[in-house]
Write a protein that binds this ligand. Structure first.
Ligand code: NAP
Length: 677
């Protein structure tokens, strides 16, 4: 018999093979050993040092746009080679759909971060967080927040259920933030994670030291961490607690992000009676969450809350649907539900169900299971188990005991207050879904339970068709939850990048903070030259380059002409009588849009030149009304620049319209400027 392959680690930009005995990893489908895993002898301290010394500096030299480009390249590379991953996914018990969620879902998350990095982050190595804050009377002392990359390593410890998605959803934001990664997958599904690590490492796309991988135990790695490092853990509450208690974590204030187990609820609204679309959506949702990935999803519905009067019909409908779910070899096209990750996992789930039985009766499942194309005893197969809480008012375990498999408990509730109370008994969850078409109930309920959730889906007939469902974390939205769910937060778009950066408040003069932050702050020097800034090429425009216009008097004729020309004959511009006693306007005033148009007329340089287009305004505020007879002036200053491509870049101008020295309007004007004047 051929020797079982030994899973390897990737450390210091080389593959490492452990010597000595190595525990076996088993197929979820056949129960047979398929690999061995060990990290014995791996120098984890050297890995952390390598990440800090080599990987971090290499990543931090790149801009967000460069890093985003790496992520895109990596995502494309993984897409091209994903067949290798699908081939190994079956042995984790995953059906084709489960594998798609894991593999394509993971690659899609990388793509999403690549695109967000390119579109939402600047072509620089740090971020400004919020506007400058005035801290003094005369404007010579200001404050501003910046985010810079942590100079450490991100240690990612993953759960067994999504070996590909779990690794990639953590990798994308960390690399985009400029922080190198050491990834450690769960042993049970490490053969698939190791294949992914091989694809990443051998692609040569990432800089040296940016990615390392531990197959097996991380040994005392956490003992070598510093306050510049981050641990992102996904797994059980028990393991999270063990790791968080490691002395170094507290001593060095190591950031610890925990994504733990969670007793997620789905709630059926009182309006969703049998025969409504919402009733069917609820039943479908519970069945999907019990059977996709054999219920081994941190976001799966563990508690199905329904109005007391609907417990019977909902129970019957779910049981009928579950009876039709074909369980079998995950490679078969006809299989709807594959195996759990292993026999140990099945034992664990059944033990948890035994605990739940103290408070709940089994409606269906749990007995003998009919399995297509595989041995029901050797593989980790289990018929989905639906329970019903006997006394919802006093039940405790149904809100505490997580059976991490195809298990859910039906719980009746009397009214909104009781439903919210029952949901809160989970003590913090990743997600809840509310299935209702009643907006009043939805508003009251969501606002009542949002504080104990990371995400809430409100599902009804209007969004069902395009909804991504209860159980899918998305790169755009926050994944994580308070309390029992771990108190962590991942993804959430660029928020996930911020978790790997340090926010610092800077204080100083406007000139100093302009120079540091690369963004002009009012009060910093203005550069006024002979040449109009619109005649300067992108590269010639320094921060602070300013144009100050001549004054222009706004007349009543101007206002009336503008009103009739545009059709905006709002009384405040037209009717002196009607505007009397108005809280903001002392009499007839100019339209805000007229001021903007005049401002453009005052600062524009009309001949064709490097300014290619005006593409928008940000943060527009009208601060003081302008009355007929008053003169306005405009200041236009280069605030920041963001290169786009070889032909042009984006220029953000700070614009201020004043009248007799008082600010009437402020905004940022965005233009695209050519590199050639
Ligand atoms: P687990 O047993 O807690 O293991 C999680 C990870 O921690 C694995 O990589 C494991 O490695 C590692 N680990 C265990 N002991 C360790 C130690 N002393 N030092 C360092 N690492 C250690 O959880 P699991 O069984 O893999 O996953 C199932 C649980 O995860 C469920 O409770 C589920 O709810 C939760 N989960 C939560 C989320 C979420 O996003 N909130 C997502 C998925 C799963 P080994 O495998 O090598 O022991």
């Amino acid at each position: 018999m051929a020797a079982l392959p030994l899973l390897r680690s990737y450390a210091l930009d080389r593959w490492f093979e452990a010597a000595g005995p190595a525990p076996e990893v088993f197929s979820a489908v056949t129960g047979a050993p398929i690999a061995r895993i060990s990290s014995a002898g791996l120098d984890v301290a050297a890995m952390a040092a390598h990440a800090r010394r080599v990987g971090g500096p290499a990543l931090r030299r790149l801009t967000f746009h460069d890093r985003a480009a790496l992520l895109k390249k990596l995502a494309l590379h993984l897409s091209e080679h994903k067949a290798a991953l699908y081939a190994l996914s079956t042995d984790t018990g995953a059906t084709k759909t489960d594998s798609w969620i894991d593999i394509d879902g993971g690659i899609g998350t990388l793509f999403a971060y690549a695109s967000k990095g390119r579109r939402e982050l600047p072509a620089s190595t740090f971020l400004l967080d919020g506007p400058a804050e005035g801290l003094s009377k005369h404007g010579t002392f200001v404050g501003r927040h910046v985010l810079t990359s942590l100079k450490g390593v991100a240690v990612h410890i993953n759960a067994f259920n999504f070996p590909v998605w779990g690794l990639l959803e953590k990798l994308g934001p960390a690399l985009l933030a400029g922080v190198p990664v050491i990834a450690k997958p769960a042993s049970a599904t490490a053969p698939l994670a190791e294949a992914l690590a091989r694809l990443i490492a051998e692609s040569g796309i990432l800089p040296p030291g940016a990615f390392q991988f531990v197959a097996g135990s991380v040994a005392d790695l956490l003992g070598h961490l510093t306050g510049q490092d981050v641990v992102s853990f996904t797994g059980s509450a028990a393991t999270a607690a063990t790791l968080q208690r490691q002395p170094k974590i507290a001593e060095a204030s190591v950031r610890f992000v925990a994504e733990r187990d969670s007793l997620n609820a789905s709630i059926l609204g009182p309006d969703a009676l049998p025969g409504t679309p919402e009733f069917d959506l609820f039943v479908k949702g519970v069945v999907a969450e019990m059977t996709v990935k054999a219920g081994q999803k941190c976001t799966a519905i563990r508690r199905a809350l329904v109005p007391e009067s609907l417990v019977e019909p909902v129970g019957t409908a779910i049981a009928e649907r579950l009876a039709k779910v074909r369980i079998g070899h995950p490679a078969l096209e006809t299989t709807r539900m594959g195996a759990l990750a292993g026999l140990a996992q099945r034992r664990d789930v059944l033990a948890q169900v035994e605990k739940l039985k103290a408070e709940a009766d089994v409606i269906c499942g749990g007995g003998d299971v009919v399995v297509d194309g595989a041995d029901a005893e050797k593989g980790a197969f289990l018929a989905p188990i639906l329970l019903r809480a006997r006394d919802p008012a006093t039940a405790r375990l149904v809100h505490e005991v997580e059976a991490f498999g195809p298990v859910s408990t039906l719980i009746g509730y009397r009214d909104l207050a009781e439903a919210a109370d029952l949901v809160h008994r989970g003590e913090g969850s990743l997600v809840a879904s509310l299935v209702t078409h009643d907006a009043d109930f939805a508003r009251d309920f969501v606002l009542e339970v949002a504080a104990s959730h990371g995400r809430i889906l409100v599902l009804d007939r209007d969004c069902a068709k395009e909804s991504t469902g209860h159980g899918s974390p998305l790169p755009q939205l926050v994944h994580g939850g308070p309390g029992r769910a771990g108190g962590g937060e991942e993804m959430g778009g660029i928020r996930g990048v911020h978790h790997h950066m340090q926010r610092a408040a800077l204080q100083g003069s406007p000139a100093m903070l302009t120079a540091i932050g690369g963004s002009w702050i009012k009060g910093a020097p203005e550069i006024i030259g002979e040449i109009h800034p619109f005649r300067l090429a992108y590269g010639e425009l320094e921060l602070g380059r300013t144009f100050r216009s001549k004054p222009r008097v706004v007349t009543l004729e101007d206002i009336e002409h503008f009103a009739h020309f545009t059709g905006d004959t709002f009384y405040a511009h037209m009717d002196e009588e009607a505007v009397k006693g108005h809280p903001f306007f002392p009499g007839r005033v100019a339209h805000g849009y007229l001021l903007l148009s005049f401002a453009a007329g005052l600062f524009v340089e009309p001949a064709r030149g490097p300014v290619l287009a005006n593409y928008g305004l940000d943060d527009l505020r009208f601060l003081k009304p302008v009355q007929p007879g008053e003169a306005i002036e405009v200041r236009l200053t280069v605030k920041s620049k963001n290169p786009r491509n070889a032909d042009y870049g984006e220029v953000r101008w700070d614009v201020e319209i004043t009248s007799a020295g008082e600010t009437c309007a402020t905004y940022d004007l965005l233009t695209m400027n050519a590199h050639v004047a």
